[in-house]
Design a protein around this ligand. Sequence first.
Ligand code: FMN
Length: 335
Amino acid sequence: MTPPELFSARLRSAAPVLTLAPMQDVTTLEFMRVIARYGGPDVYWTEYFRVHGDSRPEKWILDSITKNPTGRPVVAQLIGNDIPALVRTAKLLQKYPVAAIDLNLGCPAPIVYRKCAGGGLLREPLKIDAILGALRDAVTVPFTVKTRIGFESAAEFDMLLPLFAKHPIDLLTIHARTVVQMYRPGVRYDLIARAARELRCPVLANGNVYGAAQAVTLFAETGVRGLMIGRGAIRNPWLFDQIRAELRGEKIRLPAGRELLAYIHELWDNEITPGVRESAQVQRMKKFMNFIGEGIGGQFLFEIRRVTTTADFWRVCEIYLNHDHLMALEPPETF
Ligand SMILES: Cc1cc2nc3c(=O)[nH]c(=O)nc-3n(C[C@H](O)[C@H](O)[C@H](O)COP(=O)(O)O)c2cc1C
């Protein structure tokens, strides 16, 4: 089967679809390779390709499509607001083994939304309408959208839903926060449930999925087709398999400290480029440790954020993780 056929078949199958959220600078080819060894998601997303008048698809993001080592489909995400450029890029990317083309309507970074791309587009429904129409015409593989619930207020969702209903998109992922809310508490799963009821296309729920039992409850309560998981999967790469076990009614297996330590070693081996300055390597690992540390507790995060050398990095990891106690790897409090 081709990647689009695999993706469509997965969306039609009975089991809930578990996907890895696109994360800039994180969901690279190297991270995909690591997380696949832990069971991994059913579908991967690339971080966004930045699209504008004279953009070309970024080589390192293309690598995660052309060298995809996981055997599972990968969806290519675009961010931008220039319609001819989006159409040109979507057509170009369809020459690669992409499972689908996805439009980003959620990025909350001011540098992006001030240019009215990503989450900024949620302030311009007419523009969204035009982009969805043009991309739907240009995309012959599945066409999907990832959105937040509004720019300023969740009330904007009333105006967004009809737009997603109007264009025959193949999947809608909803990160149920507004753009101005960034990552603050108050994920509106009720609005995801509403979209799942009202839209014809399948819906994925996204936002703070952190544990197997919580994921299965969320899945049942929202009536979605599946879940998209970002930070929770960096923190706990076993999460996808734990959710699968929970869905089968089996007892979930928690990893021991030493297994988490082995995961961090694997990340290090995959993420570190030989010849790169030591402090830059440690800095690169902190991108992951910021999320992993939330599941470790104690003073771990405080200490790991302050290390600058390889020796100190592993010294702190050993202190906290060289043990056989089982770890839930959940954040300190629910958000
Ligand atoms: C480091 C980082 C980078 C992200 N980059 C992207 C991106 O490129 N495209 C996108 O649609 N969302 C991006 N997001 C948002 C995530 O895909 C997801 O919607 C968000 O983290 C909420 O899900 P979670 O609580 O499971 O992490 C990013 C999030 C993080 C933490």
